[in-house]
Write a protein of this length. Structure first.
Length: 202
């Protein structure tokens, strides 16, 4: 693996995953629990076993049990889970290369996950693989997560149904198709010119 894998950074914290997004209405209404999330030993053992059996670069796996700190995301956050390292980019690269202790690795989970046990477990496993040093969302990361907990079917998860419905309502009307006046090709395009013949679109 390329040790210079880009990671979103904010000050000296290396964040794994996309930039912050606002919560959906249902997520924003989730109650903040009084106690932090707990990491079950059984799930941690499954993750460590999967990392041992797979030929995947996970430089922090030997530190996983002692470096992970679980907290809740604010309900206003739009991510289900997030992993962050208290390291700047250069130090992150150095510790990955030499397989050194990464220090505190913070995993934040959205409290709405308490509505769906399977999705909670999958999200936590997903973030634990990031905490082990698999910083990209590639095939290996997806396969490892699926082996621990597959995503629940939409028909089996009321939470996923609600989030999907809210996403569809928030997406607005589908983009209009435009027909090029020169070649007649129809396409969804916001550009002023046809992608096929470069004629200016009406």
């Amino acid at each position: 693996m390329d040790f210079s894998t880009p990671v979103d950074s904010r000050d000296d914290v290396q964040r794994i995953g996309p930039a912050r997004i606002p919560a959906s209405p249902h997520m924003a209404k989730a109650a903040m629990p009084d106690v932090p999330p707990t990491l079950e030993q059984g799930l941690l053992d499954e993750v460590l076993t999967a990392l041992t059996e797979e030929e995947v670069e996970a430089p922090f796996k030997s530190f996983l049990a002692k470096c992970v700190e679980l907290t809740w995301l604010s309900p206003e956050e739009g991510d289900l889970g997030r992993t962050s390292f208290d390291l700047n980019q250069a130090e992150m690269v150095r510790r990955r290369r030499h397989r050194l202790n990464p220090g505190t690795v913070r995993i934040e989970l959205h409290p709405v996950l308490l509505e769906d046990e399977a999705l909670y477990r999958r999200t936590l496993a997903h973030e634990l693989f990031h905490a082990a040093g698999i910083t990209d969302h590639g095939d290996a990361h997806d396969r490892l997560t699926d082996n621990i907990q597959r995503s629940p079917r939409l028909s089996d998860s009321r939470l996923l149904q609600i989030l999907k419905q809210e996403a569809e309502m928030d997406s607005g009307p589908p983009p209009a198709q435009r027909a090029c006046p020169s070649c007649g090709q129809k396409q969804v395009v916001a550009r002023p010119r046809c992608q096929s013949c470069n004629e200016r679109m009406p």
